[in-house]
Structure formats: structure tokens, C-alpha cells
Design a protein around this ligand. Sequence first.
Ligand code: B1M
Length: 210
Amino acid sequence: DELVQQMYDDLYDGLKEEIEESVNILLERGWTPYDILTKALVGGMTIVGNDFRDGILFVPEVLLAANAMKGGMGILKPLLVETGAPRMGSMVIGTVKGDIHDIGKNLVSMMMEGAGFEVVDLGINNAVDAYLAALDEHQPDILGMSALLTTTMPYMKVVIDTLIEQGRRDDYVVLVGGAPLNEEFGRAIGADAYCRDAAVAVETAKQYVA
Ligand code: B1M
């Protein structure tokens, strides 16, 4: 699709308004919000990620790309969330301490809300106290944690170990995700499940809570 190719270029160039316009055009053409998210936006961000890794793009450019992506997600969010799905359960989610990546977490939040979960999003850079306070306040079924850096993902274990120490680990289903994680890591830190992407997060949450 030519427009999707154009969106890859626009995302790469950090052109927020162009991305928003293209999202609207795809919607008019009958694309589902989910397909626009996964095929156009996430597809484009994967290209950005590869060139970031290879030293072709740098933080300022990637920030612009992220900003453009968020513009597109902003249009899709109400559409994903208003599906009228029956209420499923609740989740507190946040990116761990030291980590400011939030696009993937935001996507998970959106898709969970769209599937009928009530989501409390703690944002980025959450220390263990922030998670605990939110668990106390909201008493969710699920605790979700996101990490995009190999240096921050061990912090998930700090949170889980604290829950164990306080005798409340079994009060929650703990789901973890983020690009550098895998199933083995999820098991090793004592999470209930590792979720490869937002769709898997929704399916996994349903399995545990429904
Ligand atoms: Co950063 N960054 N970044 N970055 N960045 C990565 C992660 C990196 C892999 C790039 C690379 O080198 N190839 C690399 C990490 C390397 C490593 O750890 N081994 C990296 C680095 C090094 C850094 C900095 C250290 C760079 C620097 O300053 N020198 C710095 C760190 C800052 C910090 O956090 N302290 C940094 C900064 C940034 C920006 C600010 C510029 C920007 C973030 C903007 C933002 O989020 N608001 C950024 C971005 C955009 C990326 C890449 C390019 C894209 C991440 C993304 O949004 N992907 C990324 C490269 C990559 O991942 N290929 C990279 C799209 C998103 C939809 O996917 O987040 O994987 P993802 O989420 C998926 C799944 O993982 C899963 O579902 C989501 C949807 O399907 N999932 C969950 C995620 N969380 C979940 C939680 C769940 C369940 C599923 O809970 C239930």
C-alpha cells in the first residue's frame, strides 16, 4: 500500500501532522484501528528502531518519530477504547524505574481498555513504591510492567521480590513485556507471563481474569 509506505517515511521524518492525516485517511478507507496501529504505526517504528540501533538515527530524531507515532495513536485511542466490550477486570501498568520508553506500554493500555479492562497507567520511571501505592489504591487484578532497556528490565524482579516479601505476590497476576524480554526472563523473575505484544497481553489477561 502506497500510503502505508508514505507513513513509514513520514514517521521516520517525525512528521506528526502528516501521520495524523494518513491515519484519518486509512480510517476513511475502512481500515480497522488495530490494523492501522500494528501495520502502519508499529511497522514504521520498527524501521526507526533498526536505524537507531545501527547508528543511522539518533535520539532527537527518534523522539520526533515517537511524537508523530503518539499523534497517530491519539486518534486511534478513542476508537479502540469505545468497542463496548463487557468489563473484564482491572490492571495497573507502568514502565519501570530508569526507563522512559512508553509507546509500547501505551499501546498495551489502549488495547486492554478496548478489550474491556479498566486500566490505571502510572506512566514511566516507576520505583517500587509507586507500584505498591497504586496497587493499594486500586486493588487491580493485574500488575503490568514494561521495560525497553536491558539495564532496566531487572528492576521488574525488584518489584516482584518486594511483593513476595510483603506476602502479597499472589494477590495479583503479574504480566511483563518489552522488546528485550522473553519468556525465559519472565519465568526467571517470577512473573505469571511474558507478553510479546499488546494483543498477547490482552489474550493472556483474559485467560487469567475471565
Ligand atoms: Co530507545 N532504545 N533509548 N528511545 N528506543 C531502544 C529500546 C533500543 C533497543 C534501540 C536500539 O539500540 N536498537 C535501545 C536499547 C538497547 C538495550 O537495552 N540493549 C535503546 C536505547 C539504548 C535508548 C537510550 C539509552 C539511548 C540514549 O540515550 N543513548 C535512551 C534511554 C532513555 C531511558 O529510558 N532512560 C533511549 C531513548 C529513547 C527515546 C526517548 C528517543 C525514544 C522513546 C520515546 C517514548 O517511548 N516516548 C526511544 C525509542 C522510540 C526507541 C525504539 C526505537 C522504539 C521503541 C518503541 O516505541 N517501539 C527502540 C528500538 C526497538 O525497540 N526496536 C529503542 C514500538 C513499541 C510499540 O514496541 O515498546 O516493544 P515495544 O512494545 C511492544 C511489546 O514490547 C509489548 O507490547 C508492545 C506493543 O505490541 N510490550 C508489553 C511492551 N511493554 C509491555 C508491557 C506489558 C505487556 C506487553 O505488560 C503487561
